[in-house]
Ligand binder design. Structure first.
Ligand code: ZN
Length: 549
């Protein structure tokens, strides 16, 4: 049989680039030897290394990728590129290894700023990376930067505020806890500076924000770091309307090195009427934009994370605590129904199994009012914990799920302490979700550049950063993990027809590796880095200058 050539019908076609590689996995089951690019698209593929030679002209750049394996570029289903970018403008305490280093960085930042200026840290740190393995205290932050309000945000759900920061935000002994949030307090009722969920947003609202231009510049350079790890698309899991302006500026100025699919936050601090008015006032709907920047939908947050996640059974380290729910289900059902009726998709953070069950109640309530909805209209983000009945309900309702093994990889040790070993090994059982027939899309939710191949290795081994192997029975194979991370996310983004595989007519989003990840030893994947990345035919990573001609 002669070599199969598949190409766009447009004639005459002269390729911009013709890439010959050792292996080209379409991830639809085809293996090719060369791929031709035209404009931002994959124009043709062939199983013969010379099968596309007659489509090359004088202007065609011939790329010799001998020894490399090409895959579709990764599409992260849930990541916080804007936070990762904003963090580059903040105090880099994610690089501290002890409380002393942490506070020294704050002192240095205070010395470089005006006398009473806010000092705000990067969110990408965790106390497990500090020698003391504890949070810094509000008092330590006050001592590090006397007179400066200091806010040390850790991830999306927790922060430490200095006394000056609490004062600047108008928070005192008489301040009530906000809806879905908590000020930790001393025995006399004064807040001690530890803020949870809604309390984080309340204090952070008083800190000055970087300008849209500064953020756009940071997004540009940060997105280049993601591209250097093989990422082509990021579904940006939570933005404010100001953040959206920064993305538009980055888009207008051609700064984006990855495609972005943002979710706009709808906060539970709003009344039902205000939430619906906000959604109505957006004046747009899901899918608006172009291939580089397209609005995915709206974001709701049902519970906390490893701390604060709403569980069916109490925490392992605190029998009195089983987490918290942010939304009243009836209110959220009403708001979500109004949103869906206006053309919005919805993604809701639900970490614990009680949050997942409550969210299923909400989503089923929406569908009862709207009638059946297209796939990936109502999405569950994370479902770190779930039970078989919940998985069955999600599949029956057509509610897709974004999954992030990198959470278990990163937070496994904390899960062991707060949730206990039994629940930790049951985190994100991808094999059981798939066996139940679920639609899954893989991503990271790490808020910093993270090697997707480490995540693929983790899905295939259940390996973690510092908690060993957790629940090896839930591992999935590498081709499946790669498909969830490419075609799965493309389907989530409503782009299954134009992204996610190496297929003529689809966007030319490619990544190349020096070994074939589908046949390599699993252990060789954990630190495997790409040789090049292409997004929309544009080179976004090419340290070996293979594409530069
Ligand atoms: Zn997230």
């Amino acid at each position: 049989m002669h070599a199969a050539v598949t190409r766009l019908p447009a004639e005459p076609l002269r390729l911009d680039r013709l890439i010959r590689a050792s292996v080209i996995h379409s991830l639809t089951g085809q293996v090719y030897r060369c791929v031709g690019l035209y404009g931002d698209r994959i124009a043709a593929v062939s199983t013969d290394p010379h099968g596309l030679d007659d489509l090359a002209g004088a202007g065609t750049v011939m790329v010799d990728a001998a020894g490399l394996t090409l895959l579709p570029a990764f599409s992260d289903s849930h990541e916080h590129l804007l936070e990762a970018s904003r963090n580059t403008l903040l105090v880099p305490v994610d690089q501290a290894h002890s409380i002393a280093e942490f506070t020294a960085m704050i002192s240095a930042a205070a010395r470089d700023s005006a006398p009473t200026a806010w000092i705000v840290t990067s969110m990408g740190w965790h106390e497990s990376n500090l020698a003391e393995n504890r949070l810094p205290t509000g008092a330590e932050l006050d001592a590090a930067a006397p007179g400066h309000p200091v806010l040390a945000r850790r991830g999306g759900h927790l922060a430490i505020a200095s006394a000056a920061a609490l004062e600047a935000a108008g928070v005192g002994p008489g301040t009530p806890d906000p809806p879905g949030g908590k000020f930790e307090r001393l025995p006399d009722g004064r807040p001690n500076g530890v803020l949870e969920s809604g309390a984080v947003y309340q204090v952070a609202a008083s800190a000055p924000a970087p300008s849209a231009a500064e953020l756009a510049g940071a997004v540009g350079s940060r997105s280049g770091e993601y591209a250097s790890l093989g990422v082509g698309t990021i579904r940006e899991a939570m933005v404010t309307l100001d953040d959206l302006l920064a993305y538009q500026q980055a888009w207008r100025d051609g700064l984006l090195n990855v495609r972005v699919r943002p979710l706009i936050r709808i906060g539970n601090e709003l009344s039902t009427a205000d939430a619906i008015a906000l959604i109505r006032g957006l004046g747009t709907w899901s899918g608006f934009g172009d291939d580089w920047l397209r609005i995915w939908g709206l974001k709701f947050v049902m519970d906390g994370g490893v701390e604060g996640g709403a569980l069916e059974q109490p925490y392992a380290n605190d029998p009195a605590d089983s987490g918290h729910l942010n939304w009243d289900p009836a209110v959220m059902t009403e708001v979500c129904t109004a949103a869906v009726q206006r053309g919005w998709r919805i993604g809701t953070h639900a970490a614990g199994d009680r949050a997942v069950r409550t969210l299923l109640d909400v989503y089923e309530g929406v569908v009862a009012k709207t009638g059946s909805l297209p796939p990936w209209t109502l999405v569950i983000e994370h479902a770190l914990l779930s039970d078989p009945a919940q998985r069955e309900r999600a599949v029956r309702g057509g509610f897709g799920l974004t999954v992030q093994h990198s959470q278990l990889w990163n937070m496994g040790s904390e899960m062991l302490v707060t949730w206990g070993p039994e629940r930790t090994r049951q985190v994100n059982p991808l094999d059981e979700w798939l066996a139940a027939g679920a639609s899954l899309a893989a991503g990271t939710d790490i808020a910093r550049p993270f090697n997707p191949m480490t995540n693929v290795w983790g899905m295939a081994t259940r390996g973690t950063k510092s908690a060993g192997i957790q629940g090896p029975e839930h591992a999935i194979d590498v081709p499946t993990a790669l498909r969830l991370y490419t075609m799965g996310s493309a389907a989530l983004n409503g782009e299954a027809h134009r992204a996610g595989s190496i297929t003529p007519g689809k966007l030319a989003d490619l990544v190349a590796y020096p070994i074939d990840p589908l046949t390599a030893d699993l252990d060789d994947l954990a630190d495997l880095r790409p040789a090049l990345t292409v997004v929309g035919g544009r080179t976004t990573h090419d340290p070996g200058k293979r594409l530069a001609q």
